[in-house]
Write a new protein. Structure first.
Length: 255
């Protein structure tokens, strides 16, 4: 597979991670989706490569520990140790689907430990409630061709492990305040997870969050090679480069 950026592979504590080096102007970490169980696809790699190129950024791409062999505690433990080992002091997070939820919950973990935290987070169609207790998600499943809510529900007990259900490391829905960190959420209007994204934003109404919802598009559409992804990816680059959105408090825009 050929990339626009300089590509390399390294390892930390048994965890592989990729580096897409599109420049030194800024640094980011991309957390791929896959319901916390699947490895990254070529679409994820292409998306990370494009964003690294367009942002002139160096983007790390961890192949983070997943189900069925790892749970939330082990995954967060390895990722926090790895992030602490990185030389960069300032960075942003990007994540899609399960990776978007992981990026948000990992922020809470880093903050609690007093570690360095991202200045900005971009989440494409984030899976913010791994417990899947919101029944609206199951009704929304009818219009979403990518989400199998019933199958995803079965993952939660294994991901939660010994944690209590309200632990932020289990689900980003339980996260505390994001402080000065700015967050951009992008999703499609036909997503099964829309109701949970709405719940997440409502719980963090005082935080600097903007949610862009695009028409009748499907879950995780900015990652896939469809023409509709161009606008959200351009907005992502603008957000990461200059933060041109009004982030005085969370708001939603329908596009």
């Amino acid at each position: 597979m050929k990339f626009r950026t300089e590509f390399s592979k390294e390892m930390f504590g048994g965890m592989d991670y990729y580096i897409f080096d599109g420049g030194k102007s800024r640094t980011g970490i991309f957390f791929h989706g896959g319901a916390l169980i699947a490895p990254p696809t070529p679409f994820h790699l292409r998306a990370a490569d494009r964003l690294a190129s367009d942002c002139h950024a160096k983007i790390y791409f961890p192949i983070y520990p997943r189900l069925p062999f790892y749970n939330a505690e082990k995954c967060h433990g390895i990722l926090t140790d790895w992030i602490k080992s990185l030389p960069e002091k300032e960075f942003f997070f990007i994540g899609d689907s399960a990776g978007g939820g992981l990026a948000l919950s990992l922020y809470d973990c880093l903050l609690k430990n007093g570690d360095k935290i991202p200045g900005r987070i971009v989440a494409f169609s984030p899976w913010v409630d791994v417990s899947m207790t919101n029944m609206d998600v199951y009704f929304g499943e009818c219009s979403d061709k990518l989400i199998n809510a019933r199958a995803m529900c079965a993952f939660y007990p294994f991901w939660k492990g010994n944690f209590k259900a309200d632990n932020p490391m289990c689900s980003a829905l339980n996260c505390r305040s994001f402080g000065e960190t700015e967050i951009l959420i992008i999703s499609g209007g036909a997503e099964a997870l829309t109701k949970d994204i709405k719940r997440f934003c409502a719980r963090h109404s005082e935080d600097k969050i903007i949610w862009l919802e695009y028409g009748n598009l499907q879950h995780d559409f900015p990652v896939f090679p469809v023409k509709e992804r161009n606008d959200p990816l351009m907005k992502t680059v603008d957000f990461l480069n200059c933060g041109s959105f009004d982030l005085s408090g969370w708001k939603k825009e329908n596009i």
